[in-house]
Structures are given as structure tokens and as C-alpha cells.
Design a protein. Structure first.
Length: 82
């Protein structure tokens, strides 16, 4: 599995904010990496979709029109290594 430093930061953000379930998930605009203007929303979306294919994150319940994401149990196991 080839992940970048940014991918790991995304996973850590979900983990630290306790976003572990379908109902407890995070909107793209609420990720720390967006708030700090490191990535644009579209770039984050692409990375989240990559992490979703690796079963490290999953889509949560929609918040209005916004998609939300949470870290899966596989993602939690992976991030504990870092």
C-alpha cells in the first residue's frame, strides 16, 4: 500500500476527531488540512476516494449536500502504526 504523508495526515485527522462511524463523520471543509489551506477541497476529495478504495475510510451520512467521511477499522489499525 503506497500512501503519502498527506494521506496519513488525513487519516490521523479523522482518528483524532473520533470520526469512527457512519453517523460520526467529517465534511470535507472541516478537515484540518483544508482549514490550514494545505489542500483544496477537490484535491482532498480525490485523496479520500483513494483511501476509500483501500478500505481505510468510508463515506458517512450526507450533511445537506456535503459528503462526509470516517475512518474504518482497517484505517484505525493502519494509523496506530504511526
Amino acid at each position: 500500500m503506497s500512501l503519502t504523508k498527506i494521506d496519513i495526515i488525513i487519516l490521523k485527522d479523522l482518528y483524532k476527531k473520533d470520526k469512527y462511524s457512519f453517523l460520526e463523520s467529517l465534511k470535507i471543509k472541516d478537515f484540518l488540512i483544508i482549514e490550514q489551506k494545505v489542500l483544496k477541497e477537490n484535491s482532498l476529495y480525490k485523496r479520500l476516494e483513494k483511501l476509500k478504495k483501500l478500505d481505510l475510510v468510508a463515506k458517512g451520512v450526507k450533511d445537506g449536500k456535503s459528503s462526509t467521511y470516517y475512518i474504518t477499522s482497517n484505517g484505525i489499525e493502519f494509523i496506530k502504526e504511526y
